[in-house]
Write a protein that binds this ligand. Structure first.
Ligand SMILES: Cc1cc2nc3c(=O)[nH]c(=O)nc-3n(C[C@H](O)[C@H](O)[C@H](O)COP(=O)(O)OP(=O)(O)OC[C@H]3O[C@@H](n4cnc5c(N)ncnc54)[C@H](O)[C@@H]3O)c2cc1C
Length: 392
């Protein structure tokens, strides 16, 4: 039987559910989310979900800032339990990257971000376990922290449901249906759904779905890895979140005295995978390299307990920034894809901006023109002075 919705969202990750909430808030007709597995089954449920505002471009720093304000009061603004833990974030760079770092600080301060350069001594007041070498610089962003990712996705979905959105799990979109260059629906394992508006929020699966309607989305599904280590019993106070450019890793505290760590070196690009068939375990020879780098920054972690890790997916674009746009040539089709390993922190504002684009014809809160799809053909990429793509 054919089912009908006004706006159909493909993908029940943090982007699909955030957009569902914002669209449902606007009461613009029947909003349906189709998720082939379960909520957060893609990148979102495995995310580190660190929220920091340290970016080298104003647009993404602003998107992070506006989203942080939602995460900080998630229980009031979205509903469900609080999801944000404020830890502060330490960024460590080599002295030779001072110019890039200082430029970012200027940009962050202009946006009102609380951030300051800290000496090795000041840093030990923030985290007694940390060590900084003489040729290293550290910056502390006090408002940063991390989100309980799975809960946030569920709370977005629940809030959208309360406002009338229909969130359907186990429904796989097999193809997007068009007539005379207009979206008319999708074909799924449950039959057809008709719609006048379709939003692609399928994360690492987005490019393959778009290919079916002759659209090339430069979004590559790539495998990333996470290492988990239990802190020693005498570790003391919980750690901050770190972006350690010198060691090429990020790390953050997570449940049960565990530190979650992963690479910042952009190595994911060497690992393009089939998102339906990739290794969900961490490589046994990768885990010790992360442990070694983590222990150089936090010497107490030489005595940590390895707790394994996991493989996960990034959806990476050529400039490591997302695509928020209409799908050209297909009236009624939109995409919010390619978050390149750092999208979770922007999910509240992405929901709002996409709802504005769809309902009002234009994103109003922030100009998202730099994130248009055509930028890749126009060679007008979002650039960063950092070589660490994921930090943007
Ligand atoms: C290990 C890891 C650490 C990360 N750390 C951070 C971080 O610290 N900070 C940060 O901001 N970001 C981080 N990210 C990135 C962030 O998690 C992602 O950018 C974000 O979750 C992307 O959300 P999404 O909704 O676009 O995609 P996804 O969560 O992948 O959702 C896409 C959904 O679409 C569904 N789907 C796909 N195809 C179909 C279909 N044909 N029919 C129906 N449903 C379909 C999938 O099942 C999936 O649930 C991290 C990501 C990972 C993997």
């Amino acid at each position: 039987m054919t089912q009908t919705g006004d706006i159909l969202i493909v993908g029940g990750g943090v982007m699909g559910t955030s957009m569902a909430l914002e669209l449902a808030r606007r009461q613009v007709g029947r909003v349906i989310v189709l998720e082939k597995s379960f909520l957060g089954a893609g990148s979102s449920g495995k995310s580190g979900a660190i929220v920091r505002q340290h970016y080298s471009n104003r647009l993404t720093a602003l998107m992070a800032r506006k989203s942080l304000h939602v995460f900080e009061r998630f229980e009031d603004q979205v509903g469900g339990p609080p999801v944000f833990t404020r830890t502060g974030m330490v960024l460590v760079v080599n002295e030779r990257d001072r110019a890039g770092l200082e430029a970012n600080l200027v940009l962050q301060r202009e946006l009102g971000v609380q951030v300051s350069m800290v000496s090795a001594r000041e840093l030990t007041d923030i985290d007694a376990n940390v060590r900084l070498a003489d040729d290293e610089l550290a910056v502390f962003e006090s408002e940063a922290g991390y989100v309980e990712a799975v809960q946030a996705v569920h709370s977005f979905a629940e809030a959208a449901r309360r406002l009338g959105a229909d969130i359907r799990l186990g429904v796989e979109v097999r193809s997007i249906l068009t007539r005379a260059s207009k979206v008319v629906g999708v074909d799924t394992n449950e039959g057809k759904y008709e719609c006048g508006t379709l939003v692609l929020a399928a994360g690492p699966w987005a490019a393959q779905l778009a290919r079916g309607i002759g659209v090339t989305l430069p979004v590559q599904a790539c495998r990333t890895q996470v290492a988990l280590f239990r802190q020693p019993a005498d570790y003391g106070r919980r750690s901050a979140v770190y972006g350690d450019f010198v060691q090429g890793i990020y790390f953050k505290p997570t449940h049960g005295e565990i530190i979650h760590a992963g690479s910042l070196a952009g190595e994911e690009l060497k690992n393009p995978v089939d998102p339906d068939n990739y290794d969900e375990a961490a490589d046994s020879d990768w885990l010790p390299t992360i442990r070694q780098r983590l222990s150089r920054r936090l010497p107490a972690m030489h005595r940590c307990y390895g707790r394994g890790g996991y493989g996960a997916l990034y959806a990476i674009t050529p400039d490591w920034h997302p695509i928020l746009d209409r799908i050209p040539g297909i009236e009624g089709a939109y995409c919010a894809v390619g978050f390149s390993g750092h999208g979770f922190k922007m999910s509240p504002i992405v929901g709002q901006l996409m709802a504005e684009l769809i309902v009002d014809g234009q994103a109003r809160e922030i100009d998202i023109t730099p994130l248009r799809l055509a930028r890749f053909d126009e060679k007008d990429l979002v650039t960063t002075p950092y070589s660490y793509g994921v930090m943007g």
